[in-house]
Write a protein that binds this ligand. Sequence first.
Ligand code: NAP
Length: 309
Amino acid sequence: MEKFDSMKFKALGKTGERIPAVGIGTWKLGTDRDTEMKAIRVGLELGMRMVDTAELYANESLVGKAIEGEEGVLVATKVSPNHLHADDIENSCNQSLKALGVKTIDLYQIHWPNSKISVSETMAAMEKLVKEGKIRYIGVSNFSVKELEEAQGALKSNEIVSNQVEYSVVVRDPERTMLDYARKNSITIIAYSPLGAGALFSKRLEGLYGILDQIGKKHGKSPAQVALNWLVSKDMVVAIPKASNADHMRENAGGVDFSLDRKEMLGIDSFRVKAAARTSTSRFHTLIKNTAPLWSDFMADRYRKKLQK
Ligand SMILES: NC(=O)c1ccc[n+]([C@@H]2O[C@H](COP(=O)([O-])OP(=O)(O)OC[C@H]3O[C@@H](n4cnc5c(N)ncnc54)[C@H](OP(=O)(O)O)[C@@H]3O)[C@@H](O)[C@H]2O)c1
C-alpha cells in the first residue's frame, strides 16, 4: 500500500472542512475501467481524497466502485444544466446517489448555469436536498460573479462553498474574473483542467513547458508537478487533475510537497499564453456556456454509449 503524508489541505468555503489541495478529476474515465480504478485508488492512498465526477460523464458507477469501502473521501458530482428544474434535480441527485453507491453526496455542483430556469427554483431544490441529507454542500461550476451572486441571493439557509472553473498555467481568466471575489467571500475555487486539459504537454506550449521544466529541475519535480504546485499555492484554490494511469496519478500527488519561491511564482505568473495556444474550452467558453443546456443530454448519451462498449 502506498502512503503519502505530505498532502496539503485547503478550506472548503466557510464550512470549516479541509479538503486536499489536489483531488482527482474523472472526465472521460470509463474506457479502461480496471486501469482507471487502480489509478483512482492510488490517488486516494496518496492523499488525493476528493473525487470529482458529474452525471454528464456517465462514469459515476466507476467512481463509486473505486471508492467503495473507503472512508474520508469527499465525493463531488454535478447536476447538468438541463436538469435544473426542481423535479429534475431531485431525480438527478437520486440517480447519482445510486450510481455512486453513497448515502450522501458531499459536494453537489451545478455543472453550468441555465439562464432559462429560475435560479430560485433551482436553489430551493438544492436546499431541500441538503435538508433531506442527500447532499452536504452546494457548489457551482462555470459561474460568473454575477451568476454566483444571484445563486447565493436565492439561497435561504446555505452558502455556496465552491465554484469549479477552468484555471491553469495555460488559462488564467479566473485571475481577472473570479479570484478576488472568491477570496473576499470565502468561496473555494476548484481549478478544472489544471494541466490545460493535456495541452501543457503539446508542442504549441513548449515555451511554457520549458520554463516549468527548468524550475522543476531545481526541486527534483516534473513540469506537471510545478504547474499544479503553482496553482494550489494560490489562496482558496485547489486542483483536480485527471489521470487515467497510476504513474500520472502518483506524479500529480507529488505536486504539493514542495514550495516555489517568489521569483519562481512570478516567472510563471508573467508567462502569457497566446490565444491560439489556449485550450478549446477556454477559447469557446461563452459559446459552450450559452449552449450547455442544449448539448448536455447529447453528450451524456454519447459518453454512456461509448462507456458501454
Ligand atoms: N466543471 C467543468 O465544466 C469541467 C470541465 C472540464 C473538466 N472538469 C473536471 O476537471 C478534471 C480535470 O480536467 P481535464 O480532464 O479537462 O484536464 P487536465 O486534468 O488538465 O488534463 C488531463 C490530461 O493530462 C494528462 N495527464 C494527467 N497527469 C499527467 C502527468 N502527470 N503527466 C503528463 N500528462 C498528464 C492526462 O493523461 P492520462 O489520462 O493519459 O493520464 C490527460 O490527457 C476533469 O477530469 C473533470 O473532473 C470539469
